[in-house]
Design a protein around this ligand. Structure first.
Ligand code: C2O
Ligand code: CU
Length: 463
C-alpha cells in the first residue's frame, strides 16, 4: 500500500470516502498501477462488477510535480490487452500509451513501465487506450494531478472525477460494449452519474474556506454543462492549462465534454448549514451531482480571501496563425437522428474523416494500414479546421499537444484558453491551431469512445 500523508488521509476520509490518494512525496518506487476486475457498491449495497485500477474506480489520484520525473509500473491483470494513456500530458511519444502506435499493447498478465517528466502543471487523467470503449466504462480511469512548484494557497484541493455508468436497478453493469447502436448514435451514455464513485456525495466545507475544485469528465460519452448553485466560481485553468487574467468566465455553464477538465476557485461565504449543489444542466432536467455543505461550526477565517489566484502559465508555445499550415478534418457519417437505425447493418466503420472511413481503433496494429491526416515538420504551426457535418456532438482530442481555438464559424468569439479536447456540436465548424513541437505519431480522435472505435480516429506525425 502506498503511504498516505496525514493531510491526504484526512481529506480522503472526511471529504470523499471512496477516493484514495497517492501523494508525490509518498509515491513508492516503483509505484504499481494494477488493472484488474473488482467489485464495488455503486448503487447502495448492490455490488457491481467493475474493472479498476488498484481495486477502486475511479483509480487512485496520482499526484506528482511539474518538471519532476514520474514513474508508474503498469500491471495488466485483465483478461485482455491494455495500456495506460496519460490524457493531456505533453509527454514523450513512447509513453503515450497508444497500443499499436506508440507501444505494443500490454498483453493479459503483462507489465509496462511508464516514466516521463510532465512539462506542465495542471489537472490531467489516465485511462487505457486499448478497447477503451469497454475498458473505460467498466471503471478504468483516474486523476493525474501535476502540482505547481509553488501551489497556490487553498484550504482544500478537491479532485472530482465525474463519470456515468450503465447499470440495471440491482447494480449489474449492462454489457453491449461497443454496440452498433451506441457507435452510430450518441455513444454509450450511462444512467447513473457518480462523483468519485459515489452518487450525489456530500463534501464538507467550512465557511470562508477557499477551495480549488478540479473537475474531470471521465464519461465515455456524456457531456456535462455544470453550474454551482448560487455562485460563479472563478475558472483558473481548462484542460490543465492556466487561463490568462483577461480570459473572463465560462458563461452560464461550464461545458465539459468527455475528457475535458476545469480548475475552479470557490470562496465559501454561505451560512452554516448552507449547501451549494454542483448541477448538470445538459439536456432537459437539471441533475444534482454533488453538494458542498457548510456543516462545520468553525469558520476557516474571519472573512473570505480577497486576493485572486493567478496560476503561472505553462511553457506551451503560442501558435501564430498567420504562418500556419492549414489542414481540414471533415466529419460525416453516423445515424441521421435518434430513430435512424440504418447504420446498425454491416460491420465497417460508421464515421468518415474527409470522406473516407477513419481508423477502426480497437487497439493492436493500425498505423501501417491507415495514412496519417498530415505530417508536420518539427515546430511547424498547424491550423486544423474541424467540420462536424453529422447529427451528433464529438469531443475531438489531440494527443501530445494543446491547441487554441482560433475561429468559430458561428461568429462567437473563441474562448481564449488552451484545450486538448474540443467539443464540437452538430453542424459546428471551428479552426484550432497549435505548434507541432512534439515529435512522434499522435492520435486525433473523438473521445466519445464508441465513435472512436467506429472510425472517428486518425493520426498525425511530427518529424
Ligand atoms: Cu483520453 Cu486518445 O484519449
Ligand atoms: Cu464522436
Amino acid at each position: 500500500m502506498p503511504k498516505l500523508s496525514r493531510r491526504q488521509v484526512l481529506a480522503g476520509t472526511a471529504a470523499i470516502g471512496l477516493l484514495p490518494r497517492v501523494g508525490n512525496a509518498a509515491l513508492p518506487t516503483p509505484f504499481v498501477l494494477r488493472a484488474a476486475p473488482a467489485t464495488q457498491g455503486i448503487l447502495g449495497g448492490n455490488r457491481t462488477d467493475v474493472w479498476a485500477f488498484n481495486g477502486i474506480a475511479p483509480g487512485p489520484v496520482l499526484r506528482t510535480r511539474q518538471g519532476q520525473p514520474f514513474a508508474a509500473s503498469f500491471a495488466n491483470n485483465l483478461a485482455h490487452s491494455s495500456t495506460v494513456h496519460w490524457h493531456g500530458i505533453r509527454l514523450v511519444n513512447a509513453m503515450d500509451g497508444v497500443g499499436g502506435m506508440t507501444q505494443a499493447p500490454v498483453p493479459a498478465g503483462g507489465a509496462f513501465d511508464y516514466a516521463f517528466t510532465p512539462p506542465d502543471a495542471g489537472t490531467y487523467w489516465y485511462h487505457p487506450h486499448e478497447m477503451s470503449y469497454e475498458q473505460v466504462p467498466r471503471g478504468l480511469f483516474g486523476a493525474l494531478i501535476v502540482e505547481e512548484p509553488n501551489p497556490p494557497q487553498v484550504d482544500q484541493d478537491l479532485v472530482l472525477v465525474i463519470n456515468d455508468w450503465r447499470l440495471s436497478a440491482d447494480g449489474v453493469m449492462a454489457g453491449s460494449f461497443g454496440s452498433r447502436h451506441d457507435q452510430a448514435h450518441a455513444g454509450r451514455l450511462g444512467n447513473v452519474i457518480t462523483v468519485n464513485g459515489e452518487i450525489n456525495p456530500v463534501i464538507p466545507v467550512k465557511r470562508f474556506e477557499r477551495v480549488r475544485l478540479r473537475l474531470i469528465n471521465c464519461s465515455t460519452a456524456r457531456i456535462l454543462e455544470l453550474r454551482l448553485d448560487g455562485t460563479q466560481p472563478k475558472l483558473i485553468a481548462y484542460d490543465g492549462q492556466p487561463l490568462a487574467p483577461t480570459s473572463g468566465g465560462y458563461g452560464a455553464a461550464l461545458l465539459l465534454g468527455p475528457g475535458n477538465r476545469a480548475d475552479l476557485i470557490l470562496d465559501l461565504t454561505g451560512e452554516r448549514g448552507a449547501s451549494q449543489a454542483l448541477v448538470d444542466m445538459r439536456g432537459g432536467e437539471p441533475r444534482v451531482l454533488a453538494r458542498l455543505v457548510l456543516d462545520s461550526a468553525e469558520q476557516a477565517r474571519d472573512g473570505a480571501l480577497a486576493a485572486p489566484i493567478q496560476l503561472a502559465a505553462n511553457p506551451v508555445p503560442m501558435p501564430g496563425i498567420d504562418k500556419a499550415t492549414s489542414h481540414e478534418l471533415l466529419m460525416t457519417g453516423g445515424a441521421a437522428d435518434e430513430r435512424d437505425m440504418s447504420a446498425l447493418m454491416g460491420t465497417g466503420p460508421i464515421w468518415n474523416f474527409n470522406g473516407k472511413p477513419g481508423m477502426m481503433h480497437h487497439g493492436g496494429a493500425m498505423v501501417s494500414d491507415h495514412p496519417p491526416l498530415f505530417r508536420a515538420t518539427r515546430a511547424e504551426t498547424i491550423a486544423l479546421t474541424l467540420e462536424n457535418r453529422t447529427a451528433w456532438p464529438h469531443a475531438m482530442h489531440l494527443h501530445g499537444h494543446h491547441f487554441r481555438l482560433v475561429r468559430r464559424a458561428d461568429g462567437k468569439p473563441p474562448q481564449p484558453w488552451w484545450w486538448d479536447t474540443y467539443l464540437m456540436e452538430p453542424g459546428e465548424t471551428a479552426t484550432i491551431a497549435f505548434v507541432a513541437d512534439n515529435p512522434g505519431r499522435w492520435m486525433i480522435h473523438c473521445h466519445m469512445l464508441d465513435h472512436q472505435a467506429a472510425g472517428m480516429a486518425t493520426w498525425f506525425e511530427v518529424a
